[in-house]
Design a protein around this ligand. Structure first.
Ligand code: HEC
Length: 167
């Protein structure tokens, strides 16, 4: 008996280190390692695979009208009617206690991102922006992508289409 009491601290210490590490690792994965690695102030970049996903939806009046309606319902509160990031809730947004502004969707810089990247951002969200993959169907999210494209004037310098790589 004495022996066991004597051994306890020696075995418990490495064991608690292992358990602590495991708990931290599980927590890391559960929280979304990508979200932790992209810290609160870091740029929000869609993974390459998601960014290369092709937009299956042609740009036409009906689906743009749908996209506009969905935007008014789901995005307007933060991004504002013209996508400038000045919606009624925009000044109240926070991430980890620090104020965050919604992205400016009317900035021509948005054309540096592919449709797939924007689709991914709408689907996944990033606190405080909610994930919309369960709110809107895949088709609805592409309709929103097509509508969001109408908010930003296309960049003048590049008439070959959307730039994909880094500048
Ligand atoms: C609760 C507020 C909120 C709502 C609702 C919201 N967003 Fe956002 N959105 C944000 C914030 C904040 C950011 C900036 C995130 C960052 O960069 O870390 C953002 C960023 C984005 C970006 C990335 C912009 C960039 O420059 O890369 C896109 C695209 C976007 N939102 C589209 C949408 C669309 C489309 C909807 C509706 C389906 C929507 N958002 C709804 C708050 C919101």
């Amino acid at each position: 008996m004495n022996n066991i009491r004597f051994l306890k601290p020696r075995f418990l210490t490495p064991l608690s280190v292992v358990l602590g590490t495991l708990t931290a690792m599980v927590g890391f994965v559960a929280l979304g390692a990508d979200k932790l690695l992209q810290g609160p102030g870091e740029a929000w970049i869609a993974p390459g695979r998601a960014a290369r996903k092709a937009n299956p939806l042609p740009v036409e009046a009906n689906s743009l009208a749908q996209g506009k309606e969905l935007f008014a319902a789901g995005c307007f509160p933060c991004h504002g009617a013209s996508g400038k990031g000045d919606g009624p809730a925009s000044s109240t947004l926070e991430r980890e206690g620090k104020p965050v502004r919604p992205g400016n969707l009317s900035d021509p810089k948005l054309w540096e991102q592919s449709d797939g990247a924007i689709f991914w951002k709408i689907s996944e969200g990033r606190t405080p922006m909610p994930a919309f993959q369960e709110t809107f169907t895949e088709e609805q999210r592409w309709q929103i992508v097509n509508y969001v494209r109408t908010l930003a004037p296309k960049q003048q310098t590049n008439n070959t289409g959307i730039k994909t790589g880094a500048k």
